[in-house]
Design a protein around this ligand. Sequence first.
Ligand SMILES: NCc1[nH]cc(CCC(=O)O)c1CC(=O)O
Length: 310
Amino acid sequence: MSQRTVRIATRRSPLAIWQAEFVRDSLLALDPHLNIELVRIKTQGDIILDTPLAKVGGKGLFVKELEQSMLAGEADIAVHSMKDVPVEFPEGLHLPVICERHDPHDAFVSNHFKNVDDLPLGATVGTSSLRRECQLRHYRPDLKIVPLRGNVNTRLAKLDAGNFDAIILAKAGLERLGFDERIRSALTPEQSLPAIGQGALGIETRINDDAMNALIAPLNCELTSITVKAERALNRRLKGGCQVPIGGYAMLTGDDIWLRGLVGRPDGSEMLQQEIRGKASEAEQLGLMLGDMLLKQGADKILEEVYGGS
Ligand SMILES: NCc1[nH]cc(CCC(=O)O)c1CC(=O)O
């Protein structure tokens, strides 16, 4: 029974490796006799580094190759940032486990300024996230938003090279890599509503791999699963792609859930926001309803323009 081998498919970025090792160590804490290997895979998202992802197009740029390795039997599980996981899974695969969420907020990183309000008029901020760009422009129309891609380490190096007054990154990614001291402040959800699934890790497996599904089941965090499922239901209703600024963040208090959603234009000229509260047991329906509210408010028009109508 022991000496079972688990092959974890992971991207090669330092953050992805940290996340795969986090899941490896969590599994080893449950059964020290497991034999766990990392299968390091290069994805499209890692290869195309000089183009804003929204322009590269296509969903699941960071997960497709990991899924193929599982379907080909070269890996047993894949660890993903939930933020990067598309709403639909390929036939034969599912995502039964969402681990306890780390900090979901965006972080303000700068060598000279302590928060967004502290930035001088016309300051340069690096981000390639349309969601961050939209909200920053909406909040501070004077800021100059400049594309910034690459993994977390690369982005910090570009900041240090003096290319930007500040950059915005996910707090969770910085903290996982030990860059806590680089975080000058957290952006509140009112300043920057996080990305759907931000801060949460998910584990994808083959649906029919009963042994593996049972093995990873204890890593599931029920509370995180509920909130992320609500956020992902919102994304499903909005047919969330990476060309539209979309934000979504759910919080649980006891049996109640509070879900906020945002759809906007990258230039910040329009930013629609809605929120909904209800029973946690209806998390997914609430996510879909919130999507409908945003669509009715005008998100349908924005999405239609971006995706060229349908
Ligand atoms: N798109 C890259 C990505 N995917 C997940 C994270 C952060 C970690 C997380 O949200 O779990 C990041 C980096 C960032 O946005 O700064």
